[in-house]
Ligand binder design. Sequence first.
Ligand code: NI
Length: 135
Amino acid sequence: MRVTVCRKAHFNAAHRLYVKSWDDAKNEEIFGKCSNPHYHGHNYELIVNVTGTIDPVTGYVMDMKVLKDLIKSEVVASFDHKNLNEQVPEFYDLIPSAENIAVVIYNKLFSHLEEDKTLEIVLYETPRNFVKYSG
Ligand code: NI
């Protein structure tokens, strides 16, 4: 019996979506406001879903305190109130789109989970725009 436990988290971050080899006009054509050379921010809402079997002793799939601390140390501490393009090494050469941010978060968290667990990341960039990644 596999059950999914879910934890919500939040971070604010700035980004700019642009292709370095394109000029500002081409970037604005493709990325619109998200290509503003002076950056802009989003209130990212993160949902981390971990699926696994229930431990018969604890009744837990995963200790939520451990999951909370993992999200805090691996994601929030690195991303919150940061300029993703300039301050987060994973995005020095990777466009910080919601899609790529979700993949980076997945990779940062997955390596810390026990082997039998599966992970799904849901990342809201705005209340209406969100992406999902599960490896
Ligand atoms: Ni944006």
